[in-house]
Design a binder for this molecule. Structure first.
Ligand code: ADP
Ligand code: MG
Length: 246
């Protein structure tokens, strides 16, 4: 018998806010190195799902295992578990009073206890990776939104995550700045990073995702390869959503 260990294994995940059930039984597996794109209308529970995986929300029921650690186990060390996850939000959440380099080193030093020299070396490597090696001494306010989002990605990568979560990383950007961020994400995918990406960028999902998940009303309506889910959706709800966004 072979045991398949997925990077992420979500079983029977439910999340309610008071009387309102927002996630109604989600089952999802992500293999190592896979890119999963989650699509669906506003309010369908996409962000809540990512926030449960990142332990920013406590699931009402169900289990979530990331990289062999059951996050939903009562005895889990939440901070240790969260350290393996990189999260990139729609809003960049950079520290505005810190230079770019310091934004990338602060958690490395405080959480991973890296030396200043080591943290700066890793920060500069990741800045180069996102095409911003020249911006180490800038403040976030001196950068465009697309550059700030790439700094946020470099900051997450500097913590050596085993999984990257993206929640609509390009939705707050001017259209002409979206491409540079998607290029960085595409490159990460090619390097084998495991990624869970909530996005409205259907061309990106179609090109880059190994697997697309369509959510509506707190359930996964349909999932499969992008050519199937985006190219030839089976369910009426998926077809209706895609007609609106494509
Ligand atoms: P999506 O990201 O797909 O737009 P969300 O996960 O943000 O959807 O939200 C799904 C539903 O859950 C929405 O109806 C939203 O109002 C509700 N919701 C999200 N967060 C909370 C919260 N902290 N308290 C109450 N309701 C919430
Ligand atoms: Mg959302």
């Amino acid at each position: 018998m072979s045991v398949v260990t997925h990077m992420v294994e979500i079983r029977g995940l439910h999340k309610s806010f008071g009387p309102v059930e927002v996630l109604k039984g989600i089952d999802l597996s992500v293999e190592r190195g896979q890119v999963i794109c989650i699509i669906g209308p506003s309010g369908s529970g996409k962000s809540t799902l990512l926030r449960c995986v990142n332990l920013l929300e406590e699931p009402t029921a169900g289990t979530i295992v990331v990289d062999g650690v059951e996050l939903t186990h009562p005895d889990v060390d939440i901070n240790a578990a969260r350290r393996r996850l990189g999260m990139v939000f729609q809003q960049f959440n950079l520290f505005s009073h810190l230079k770019v380099l310091e934004n990338l080193t602060i958690a490395q030093r405080r959480v991973l206890k890296r030396s200043k020299a080591e943290a700066e070396r890793i920060a500069r490597e990741n800045l180069a990776k996102v095409g911003l090696e020249g911006k180490a001494d800038s403040y976030p306010s001196q950068l465009s939104g697309g550059q700030q989002q790439r700094v946020a990605i470099a900051r997450a990568l500097s913590m050596d995550p085993s999984l990257m979560l993206f929640d609509e990383p390009t939705s707050a950007l001017d259209p002409e700045l979206v491409g540079d961020v998607l290029t960085v994400m595409r490159q990460l995918a090619q390097e084998g990073m495991t990624m869970l990406v909530v996005t409205h960028e259907m061309a990106f999902a179609r090109d880059v995702a190994d697997h697309v998940v369509f959510m509506d009303g707190g359930v996964i309506v349909e999932q499969g390869p992008p050519d199937q889910v985006i190219g030839d959706p089976r369910h009426e709800r998926t077809q209706r959503f895609l007609r609106r966004v494509l």
